[in-house]
Design a binder for this molecule. Structure first.
Ligand code: FES
Length: 110
């Protein structure tokens, strides 16, 4: 089994959540099944919504896909950013975070 820790949105205060899954699991599919919280829209590498940063365990992921290169710069890829719907966890443990959602209108402190 592999282990995936969902750290929550960056700079957020969500409690990390660790789940188990079979080897070669798709990162977004595990997030959906386990309510990990990674944002998504298309699930097919088109929209870019599932952009996430692998904080630890990047060596346990499969190779970066051409679809990911359309949404991520070389600097982002080097910093551990991936597209969750295109990324498979092959073995071991990873932890992942993602951009915080933009503040809702009217929710900012006055
Ligand atoms: S969910 Fe649209 S690119 Fe991953």
């Amino acid at each position: 089994m592999i282990s995936i820790t969902f750290l929550g949105p960056e700079a957020g205060e969500a409690a990390p959540r660790t789940v188990s899954a079979p080897p070669e699991s798709n990162l977004l599919r595990v997030s959906l099944r386990e309510k990990g919280g990674i944002p998504f829209k298309c699930g097919g590498g088109l929209c870019g919504t599932c952009k996430c940063r692998v904080a630890t365990g990047a060596e346990n992921l499969d190779a970066i896909k051409p679809k990911e290169r359309r949404h991520l710069t070389e600097a982002e890829l080097a910093a551990g950013w991936r597209m969750a719907c295109q990324t498979f966890v092959q073995q071991g443990a990873v932890s992942v975070t993602w951009p915080a959602p933009p503040p809702k209108p009217g929710s900012a402190a006055a």
